[in-house]
Design a protein around this ligand. Structure first.
Ligand code: IPM
Ligand code: MG
Length: 397
């Protein structure tokens, strides 16, 4: 099921939540006039901050940028890119995984296209003072990206790759809305040699704004929201549930149900088609979205968007796969689909749809990277898949 990444501003959310919701609704409902290619806008200028990061990041980013440029050219939009460093290579270069200059580049852009960060040299060193992942967390916090939108969609031609039975996973199509700037990731911490803790800190405001985002998605889709928590044990979850119960009556068309996170983890593999929109706190969302990505059989195909107070960020949900760096084998589709989400965010729906069409066509034509290639099929690398998609877009009449 298609959907649009919802646009909103945090200051407005705090000041006047009802009005913001109305604005969101208006922008979703806006009629589109048709043009030969189906797009209703021309000459949009987009400034994109490009954060390719580590591992396979630069290779997949190259494809994402190529596709973005091809679509802009096709629809008469202007796009400019500014690269900025982050992650492990930023630590190597300037000692900071999200340097101030990168932050400024993000703030000045309309959107950030992000690939991946992480390097094994930090993974097994608990004493490392600074880690690539801190760059990602700093970016989320500084850009106020409290809403992480992670769609879990199946591609029919890849269902056989799912570890679940075909009949269970076919038709699974849900979105996880993960709160991204609160909870244990950012709450008070202590890291001693004998005692250590992380605090799962949430305020009513933080819970309410993410729930409202989730309700907006539910309203656009099958009107079913599952609030995932651990309210039988955790105080923070009881706040989540109380706030959800307070605001649920404001969305009478939406069926709201509440599920403990352990049960949700189970239900996702027993009956993934049960879910439509799920909303949850930061850590639960981290765990459940990895589970979600692998049940579809296509981790390399899932994009995500993070939105909130400042510039939105679009990125694949997978990591930096350092072992594959430079081998031209990484799947660029999640990055390319992140570009589709970016267009959709700016209400450029035809542009997003063309990318989705091109991606589906590449899969149907068996133009696939090795991990999803059919047996005996021709071998395509990261670059070749990207080029095929660009050609498809260029030749589309
Ligand atoms: C994710 C990742 C990050 C997270 C890591 C890399 C810090 O797993 O985006 O899901 O835990 O949020
Ligand atoms: Mg994760």
């Amino acid at each position: 099921m298609g959907f649009q990444v919802i646009r909103f501003k945090n200051e407005e959310i705090i000041a006047d939540i009802d009005n913001v919701i109305k604005t969101i609704n208006d922008s979703i409902m806006k009629p589109t006039t048709s043009s030969p290619l189906g797009g209703d806008k021309r000459g949009v200028c987009l400034k994109i901050a490009v954060l390719a990061g580590d591992g396979i990041g630069p290779e997949i980013m190259e494809q994402g940028v190529k596709v973005m440029s091809a679509v802009c050219e096709k629809y008469g939009h202007e796009v400019s890119y500014k690269e900025a460093i982050c992650g492990a290579h930023a630590i190597d270069e300037v000692g900071d995984p999200f340097p101030e200059e990168t932050f400024q580049t993000c703030m000045e852009a309309d959107a950030v296209l992000f690939a991946s960060v992480g390097d094994p040299k930090f993974d097994n060193n608990p004493n490392a003072k600074v880690r690539p992942e801190q760059g990602l967390l700093a970016m989320r916090k500084k850009l106020g990206l409290f809403a992480n939108i992670r769609p879990v969609e199946t591609f029919d031609c890849l269902i056989h790759k799912s570890p679940l039975k075909d009949e269970l996973v076919r038709g699974a199509d849900f979105i996880c809305i993960r709160e991204l700037t609160g909870g244990m990731y950012f709450g008070e911490k202590k890291e001693g040699t004998d005692v250590a803790y992380d605090t799962n800190y949430y305020t009513r405001k933080e819970v309410e704004r993410i729930l409202r985002v989730a309700y907006q998605y539910a309203m656009q889709r099958r009107k079913h929201l599952t609030v995932v928590d651990k309210a039988n044990v955790l105080a923070s979850s009881r706040l989540w549930r109380a706030v959800a119960q307070e605001i649920a009556p404001q969305y009478p068309e939406v069926t709201t149900d509440y599920m403990y996170v352990d049960n949700a983890a189970m239900r996702m593999i027993q009956e993934p088609t049960f879910f439509d929109v799920m909303v949850t706190e930061n850590t639960f969302g981290d765990i459940l979205t990895d589970e979600g990505s692998c049940i579809t059989g296509s981790m390399g195909l899932l994009p995500s968007a993070s939105t909130g107070e400042h510039t939105p960020v679009f990125e694949p949900i997978h990591g930096s796969w350092p072992q594959a760096k430079g081998l031209n084998i990484a799947n660029p589709l999640a990055q390319i689909l992140s570009v589709a989400m970016l267009f959709e965010y700016f209400d450029l729906k035809a542009e997003g749809a063309l990318i989705r069409e091109a991606v589906n066509a590449s899969l149907d034509a068996n133009v696939r990277t090795p991990e999803i290639q059919v047996e005996g099929g021709a071998k395509y690398g990261t670059k070749e898949v990207g080029e095929w998609i660009v050609n498809y877009i260029n030749n589309k009449k």
